[in-house]
Design a protein around this ligand. Structure first.
Ligand SMILES: C[S@@+](CC[C@H](N)C(=O)[O-])C[C@H]1O[C@@H](n2cnc3c(N)ncnc32)[C@H](O)[C@@H]1O
Length: 174
């Protein structure tokens, strides 16, 4: 998250969505680099995560700029008015997420999209999975991950770069 937050700082975002925010570790990293008056919205479909994340944001003094919403990302994005400066996506695993088009559509031109979980692509390419991904994501996890990467790379509205270590991808919205 330190690298993601440093990339975010380069575009001085005033509005950020954190998809799959969990307990808000990523959300608070992003909240730590924004200027006063900015908004970081964390989204997660686990209501317990959302209530705990809300309490943590208050405890660490970020309540003025952080807001959490509970629900499936694809549903919550429908309620959000764009454009936003940045989206961080941790709400996917081994397959194209249902929210892909809505997510990209909300980012302003020149805005930033960061995506984690690309260790799956590294493992698909090397053929040496560091975990039993099939038990989380099905036997075809390598194919679905590679297909998602290829789809992202071929989108005309994104300019995507992958890093191997740490295994994240970042994209600029064209
Ligand atoms: C790896 S964890 C979150 C980590 C978090 N970003 C952090 O930095 O601590 C992924 C989270 O995404 C949530 N999630 C996964 N798919 C989702 C979806 N489609 N809609 C909403 N939440 C989702 C899960 O409930 C889980 O809390």
């Amino acid at each position: 998250m330190q690298l993601v937050a440093s990339l975010a700082r380069l575009i001085a975002p005033m509005s950020i969505l954190d998809l799959g925010c969990g307990l808000g570790y990523s959300t608070l990293w992003l909240a730590s680099i924004v200027e006063p008056g900015s908004r970081v919205v964390g989204i997660d479909d686990d209501p317990d995560h959302i209530s705990e994340a809300t309490a943590i944001a208050v405890e660490f003094g970020y309540a003025d700029r952080v807001e959490y919403r509970s629900g499936r990302v694809a549903d919550v994005l429908e309620t959000i008015e764009g454009p936003v400066d940045m989206i961080h996506d941790d709400a996917w695993f081994a397959a194209r997420p249902a929210h892909l088009d809505a997510m990209v559509g909300l980012i302003r031109p020149g805005g930033l999209l960061t995506m984690v979980n690309w260790f799956l692509l590294v493992d698909a390419i090397t053929g040496s999975p560091r975990n039993d991904w099939a038990s989380f994501a099905g036997d075809d996890w390598a194919e679905t991950t590679t297909e998602y990467a290829n789809e992202l790379a071929s989108r005309s509205d994104l300019d995507v770069t992958w890093l191997e270590n740490p295994p994240i991808a970042f994209a600029i919205r064209r």
